[in-house]
Design a protein around this ligand. Structure first.
Ligand SMILES: Cc1cc2nc3c(=O)[nH]c(=O)nc-3n(C[C@H](O)[C@H](O)[C@H](O)COP(=O)(O)OP(=O)(O)OC[C@H]3O[C@@H](n4cnc5c(N)ncnc54)[C@H](O)[C@@H]3O)c2cc1C
Length: 270
């Protein structure tokens, strides 16, 4: 059904964004395909390489999964920031990442975790890194007739610390700025750092130059470096919620705050 040439065919997952868009006539597809009961694309599974999460797994299922808390705690930390319980009960991981709202939590988490996206259509399957999936504002690498069926998450390294925080006007609102972080220290120096900023560009951003420059620094030094150089790597725009400068400021504060928390967790663990 998705492969019909010349037709605007949309899949319906949790409906938490698409139904609103249909109601407002922002989206008027020729055909709507309800995939919400496809069991193969639901659930969370453990593999030797890490975890797989089906595209139709809801935000709430991810939030309370013991597998997620044990292997990718970043997702459990971020889930409570997504909307409200009613939306988390219906909205899906796949719906969120395919919508590709730059202020959404899951896309930023997936790039910070180095996730792989599993894309399928009638003539085959391909996998691409999350970093290459988000192409622009509400734009992804999905091709016509293609559907996201799941994501693969690598196993957490020993001593890897996951952190998430964001700033929003009210609990449940989309974030003005946020940060997903995965960090590992060796002798109190950063040995691995993956970042996923949300709300500060047209896609989630990994700020790779800053992450690389933080190698070998202490948490405090890296926080200072973020203050000095982060503005070169993120490209927020101003809107009625916040100015671009304010978003940069928030991103710098969040980075310093998460690094401080990470250092505290490292000290408690040692
Ligand atoms: C009031 C409100 C507040 C919200 N706040 C937040 C928030 O703070 N943070 C946040 O991240 N989100 C927020 N959301 C959005 C919410 O997370 C949605 O659940 C999510 O964006 C869409 O998921 P869904 O399963 O409902 O997808 P749907 O609405 O069913 O679909 C969304 C889009 O993705 C496409 N799609 C869905 N699944 C797939 C798939 N497997 N493969 C290919 N394409 C697919 C659909 O065709 C459609 O274009 C909010 C929503 C509302 C209504």
């Amino acid at each position: 059904m998705l492969a019909q040439p010349g037709k605007d065919v949309r899949v319906l997952a949790g409906g938490q964004s698409l139904i609103a868009a249909l109601n407002l006539r922002l989206s008027q597809p020729d055909l709507l395909v309800d995939i919400s009961r496809v069991v193969d694309w639901k659930g969370i599974g453990q593999t030797s390489a890490g975890l797989t999460i089906g595209a139709l797994t809801t935000h709430a299922q991810i939030a309370c999964s013991a597998h997620v808390r044990g292997h990718v705690p970043l997702l459990a930390l971020a889930a409570p920031f997504i909307a409200h319980p009613a939306i988390r009960n219906s909205g899906t991981l796949g719906g969120s990442v395919c919508l590709a709202d730059p202020a959404a939590e899951w896309p930023a988490c997936l790039i910070a975790l180095g996730a792989t996206m599993r894309l399928e259509r009638s003539d085959g399957m391909r996998k691409i890194p999350a970093l290459n999936f988000f192409r622009g504002l509400y734009e992804t690498a999905l091709e016509p007739g293609e559907i996201l069926t799941g994501v693969e998450l690598p196993a957490r390294e020993p001593d890897e610390i996951h952190l998430f925080d964001e700033f929003a006007r009210r609990p449940g609102d989309f974030a003005i700025a946020g940060l997903a972080m995965s960090v590992r220290f060796e002798k109190a120096r950063i040995a691995k750092l993956n970042l996923g900023f949300l709300g500060v560009g047209s896609t989630p951003l990994s700020a790779p130059r800053l992450a690389q420059a933080c190698m070998g620094l202490s948490a405090a030094e890296a926080g200072l470096l973020a203050k000095q150089t982060l503005a070169e790597e993120i490209e927020p725009s101003s809107d009625h919620h916040a100015s671009a400068d304010y978003r940069v400021h928030l991103a710098q504060v969040l980075m310093g705050r998460l690094l401080t928390r990470a250092a505290q967790q490292m000290e408690q663990a040692s």
